[in-house]
Design a protein. Structure first.
Length: 278
């Protein structure tokens, strides 16, 4: 799980909880728990979301959100380094030599790309199949983000519905002024739920989905270009230079420096082996 999500929710919720305690003491916390308000805000938002989107799409959005929270994406530098290694294997053992690498891969997209490569697919076929896969991933992510964003947008509206219902109930008890303050506080709890859940959880999650979607699609583009380059028979150096074009200048320069250091290390090791030979 990405610690940022957990830290953000704990920090935001914790600050709200501390504020409540500062204002009314720990004994005031139960007063902020109201089941009718929860049913109106959560139930109303869920009902409206199901009306707006088909149920399978809503279930799919839940899976996308879960993935965005619990799955950690690698870096572009890691993907490029892995593809360079695959390129070296293919130059040394041929494309069939990559078949043994499939067992070590967890990314389904990369597994598909390597299998297509091993099966002898040409560059146009690779670009067509992998490009379509990338488009499908983009569509799923866009749909998931749209559903979460829609829920976050309407959540405060159902908070207002709960508040209006609470005010209506309060107006019926105007003959007892001693309960007006308490009834008004209960009425506004629904708005509190709506605003908090929308701005602390749902809308930030929608933004997170968008950010991670762009990063994942970016990594998929790197994989596709790398696999096509391997299929063309490019050398590891050409592959590295081609894929470094995806990086920011600072990251590309850092990767170049790291590659040079590795080359020096390998050269020293080769020289030592030569000296040790009788």
């Amino acid at each position: 799980m990405d610690p940022g999500v957990l830290i953000g929710i704990i920090l935001g919720g914790g600050l709200i909880l501390v504020s409540i305690i500062f204002e009314g003491g720990a004994s005031s916390i139960p007063g902020f728990i109201n089941m009718p308000a929860i049913m109106i805000t959560v139930g109303g938002t869920l009902a409206a979301t199901i009306i707006r989107f088909p149920i399978p799409m809503v279930i799919g959005a839940i899976a996308v959100v879960k993935k965005s929270v619990f799955v950690k994406l690698g870096s572009a530098e890691e993907e490029i380094a892995r593809l360079i290694q695959y390129c070296k294997v293919s130059r040394r053992e041929g494309l069939l030599g990559l078949e043994k690498e499939i067992e070590k891969i967890k990314d389904e997209f990369l597994i598909k790309a390597i299998r297509l490569l091993v099966d002898g697919s040409d560059s146009d076929t690779l670009r067509g199949i992998l490009g379509t896969e990338i488009d499908n991933i983009r569509q799923r992510h866009t749909t998931g983000k749209g559903i979460v964003e829609f829920s976050g947008t309407i959540f405060p509206a159902f908070g207002m519905v709960g508040t209006v219902l609470g005010l209506i109930a309060m107006m019926r008890k105007l003959d007892d002024p001693s309960h007006i303050g308490e009834a008004m506080a209960v009425a506004f709890i629904a708005t509190f739920y709506g605003v908090t859940c929308s701005n602390l959880i749902l809308l930030p999650l929608a933004g997170r989905l968008d950010t991670l979607s762009k990063k994942e699609l970016f990594l998929k583009e790197i994989i596709m270009e790398g696999v096509i380059s391997i299929q063309r028979g490019d050398s590891p150096m050409v592959l590295e230079e081609r894929l470094k074009a995806f990086l920011q200048p600072k990251a590309a320069n850092k990767m170049s420096a790291s590659s040079k250091e590795k080359e020096k290390t390998y050269k020293k090791q080769d020289d030592l082996r030569i000296q040790q030979c009788p």
